[in-house]
Design a protein around this ligand. Structure first.
Ligand code: PGA
Length: 253
């Protein structure tokens, strides 16, 4: 099965509205004139820009998604944003479980699992982020940590629902550090992830799921990452804040 190739930009807590609109416009214009392959572009700006950017990107094929979602339908959860709020402004994708949210906002595999279920119920595609810390890799626990992140969050989902997920493998030690996992190291983990997905669903389902790599992806390392058998795209932080770099990464498929 042919998997979707994806270049996704995680803007994190960057850009004012005006700056975000400017970046989105640049990305749209460059994609229109330069992007000749079949890559799907996604941008994940801060919540407060979503409505404006979703409208701005209409008709471009560029997907605008959220960086987080709340697992509850509605209620007394000050500061949170629900699935139906997102779909009501035309947003149908969300990151879930980014390592910064696990680290600073106590997100766990269980809470991520609840968010994934809520997203799927509302027709929102979850981009589920997983990955080990440096200490976990150095103590040779990286495969087990990633297995648990997958099984504890996805357990109980039907094959059809698992098929709707996108996975982003982001080793924590490679995020924002300039240290990328080598293409071989990343691919080794992607193969492991696909095996775990196959065990909890089916080989066919696992083969259809796009698995993105994230962690210091740049124009000069994208091509070697994308040439690997099980790397279907990238979740890009720093380099996604520059339209030129973002597009050069997307063109590297
Ligand atoms: P980075 O961030 O590309 O700046 O390392 C990746 C991410 O956190 O998604």
């Amino acid at each position: 099965m042919k998997r979707q190739k994806i270049a996704a930009g995680n803007w994190k807590m960057h850009k004012t509205l005006l700056e975000g609109q400017g970046l989105a416009q640049e990305i749209r214009t460059m994609a229109d004139s330069e992007l000749m392959n079949d890559a799907t572009l996604m941008v994940f700006p801060p919540f407060i820009h979503l409505q404006s950017l979703a409208k701005q990107m209409e008709g471009s094929g560029i997907i605008v998604g959220a960086q987080n979602i709340n697992q509850f339908e509605q209620g007394a959860y000050t500061g949170e944003v629900s699935a139906s709020m997102l779909t009501s402004i035309g947003v149908h994708h969300t990151l879930i479980g980014h390592s910064e949210r696990r680290q600073y906002y106590n997100e766990t595999n269980a809470s991520c699992g609840a968010k994934i279920q809520t997203s799927l119920k509302h027709g929102i595609t979850p981009v589920y982020c997983i990955g080990e810390t440096l200490e976990e890799r150095e103590s040779n626990r990286h495969f087990d940590v990633v297995s648990a992140q997958l099984t504890e969050a996805l357990a109980g989902l039907s094959n059809d629902d698992i098929a709707k997920c996108i996975i982003a493998y982001e080793p924590v030690w490679a995020i924002g550090t300039g240290k990328t996992a080598s293409a071989e190291q990343a691919n080794e983990m992607h193969i492991h992830i696909r095996k775990v997905l196959s065990d909890i669903s089916s080989a066919e389902t696992a083969n259809g799921i796009s698995i993105l790599y994230g962690g210091s992806v740049k124009p000069d390392n994208a091509q070697s990452l994308f040439s690997m058998s099980d790397i279907d795209g990238a979740l890009i932080g720093g380099a996604a804040l520059k339209a030129r770099d973002f597009l050069d990464i997307a063109k590297a498929f």
